[in-house]
Design a protein around this ligand. Structure first.
Ligand code: SF4
Length: 465
């Protein structure tokens, strides 16, 4: 199917109206639906099924440590400057890889691997090499595998970066958040401009295929003008992809955020102006709006995949790799195998105890039923392609024999009509199309098909804008 050429239109009234907490849909059901009652035996059964199907693999390694806390951070981290903590973690991580790999067919190829955190470059170069070697002892990689790593610019030098590239990483990403010093100080993440430009230059010199940066809007002391400056400096850096996240102020969930001066946060109207300006400037300067908070150069794989209708989404966000089974290594990591999701223990001591007991270190999980799988396809199609052809869903899930899309989703009809009346989507006899104004609210549109959201009464999700 030919995908629509993505364009995006800013409509502040619509954004205000739909500014509600909604999942990011890196998965459906969202990770909040994982349950502690889940049994490890079900995970092993899911691996056996995926071995039979020979689905390609995507690996994720989590390095939870950071030197100091960034006050905006929503990640699961261990803050410590005692670098020696990394040594036992690395041992347990490698044992976890060995333990899981014994269940996985060695013939299956890894198409994608990502190291995230925390701060993967908390590890020394020799620790990075040890981990790299351990993974490659157990898994075979496709020649064209995407191998990416997140780095913190504060603890990097040119040699470290070129060593990562020589080892085999071909993509790299780092957080900028904001170039403004006052903003950086307020969130405890001071990164001088020269440092960011150095890291970008070293990454280019090292030959990474793709260099990506993160920005955050909605941080304390940000104004339209300061963030305009951040956007222009980011354009000078010339990254391949830009993720521009909305800062979710949730101190009741993330106590570190209490250190942020709440009265310095930009007001809702200013935040919307910042978002509008950033979208306009980035798209006017050649970046394609991918969806949610992501922008990419038109010749970037993500942009090409989106234009060709081949964009996908998994726990790591948008990806060009379809149908891979994700295996997560390390604390808090999530695995996603066809219709089973599991999350590893969040606390180091629980993770270590499970590995010592030779048990899979699973904290919780969920097995999807058929309805979940159908809804997941609908939601991912909307999130990635901004359109949906009900006939495709009917064919894929044989709904047509006794049930058609319209009957199956009869309860969603009213909400779809409401979205159409508000100008977020257009409904055709056998097609649903997201409008340019609806694209910024794609999470809200997708949530129409989310049966769990209606039951979720907690504020577990970030707001839409
Ligand atoms: S370095 Fe990254 S993971 Fe660590 S606290 Fe800062 S934002 Fe969070």
């Amino acid at each position: 199917m030919q995908s629509l050429l993505p364009t995006v239109q800013f409509d502040s009234q619509l954004l205000q109206k739909y500014d509600q907490p909604v999942p990011r849909y890196t998965s459906y059901p969202p990770a909040t639906e994982l349950r502690a009652e889940f049994e490890a035996v079900d995970f092993r059964a899911a691996i056996a099924v995926s071995n039979y199907k020979k689905t390609p693999l995507s690996l994720y390694c989590h390095i939870p440590f950071c030197d100091s806390p960034c006050y905006f951070c929503g990640c699961n981290t261990v803050i410590t400057q005692r670098k020696e903590v990394a040594e036992p973690y690395l041992d347990y991580l490698i044992r976890h890889i060995q333990q899981t790999a014994q269940f996985i067919d060695r013939q299956r190829l890894v198409h994608q691997m990502h190291w995230g955190g925390g701060t993967p470059n908390y590890l020394s170069l020799s620790q990075i090499e040890t981990l790299w070697t351990a993974i490659h002892q157990h898994f075979q990689f496709d020649d064209k595998a995407e191998i990416s790593i997140e780095v913190n610019p504060k603890s990097l030098d040119q040699n470290y970066l070129s060593s990562l590239k020589n080892l085999g990483f071909n993509r790299i990403s780092f957080g900028i958040q904001d170039f403004n010093l006052k903003v950086q100080e307020a969130v405890n993440r001071v990164q001088p401009e020269s440092m960011l430009f150095d890291v970008m230059q070293w990454s280019r010199d090292a030959g990474f295929e793709s260099v990506n940066v993160d920005l955050i809007y909605g941080l304390p002391f940000q104004t339209l003008e300061t963030f305009r400056n951040t956007i222009h400096k980011t354009l000078q850096l010339n990254p391949d992809r830009i993720a521009m996240f909305n800062f979710a102020y949730v101190p009741w969930l993330k106590p570190v955020q209490r250190r942020i001066p709440q009265d310095a946060l930009p007001a809702a109207a200013e935040k919307l102006s910042i978002l509008q300006m950033a979208i306009e400037v980035l798209t006017q300067n050649g970046y394609q709006y991918i969806g949610m908070d992501h922008f990419a150069k038109p010749n970037d794989e993500l942009s090409i995949a989106q234009r060709e209708g081949q964009l996908h989404r998994n726990f790591q966000g948008y990806t060009t790799k379809p149908e891979s089974d994700l295996i997560g290594f390390g604390v808090t990591s999530i695995s996603m195998l066809n219709d089973v999701y599991v999350q590893n223990h969040k606390r180091l001591k629980d993770f270590y105890r499970s590995i010592d007991a030779n048990e899979l270190p699973i904290e919780k999980g969920v097995t999807l039923d058929r309805d979940d799988v159908i809804r997941r396809t609908v939601i991912m199609e909307l999130m990635c392609q901004f359109q949906l052809t009900p006939e495709d869903i009917e064919e894929k899930y044989h709904l047509g024999f006794d049930l058609d899309f319209e009957t199956y989703f009869a309860q969603e009809k009213f909400q779809l009509r409401r979205l159409e009346a508000d100008g977020l989507i257009r409904l055709f006899p056998n097609h649903i199309e997201v409008t340019p104004a609806g694209r910024l609210l794609i999470r809200n549109i997708a949530s129409t098909f989310d049966t769990y959201l209606k039951q979720n009464t907690t504020q577990s999700f970030s707001r839409a804008v």
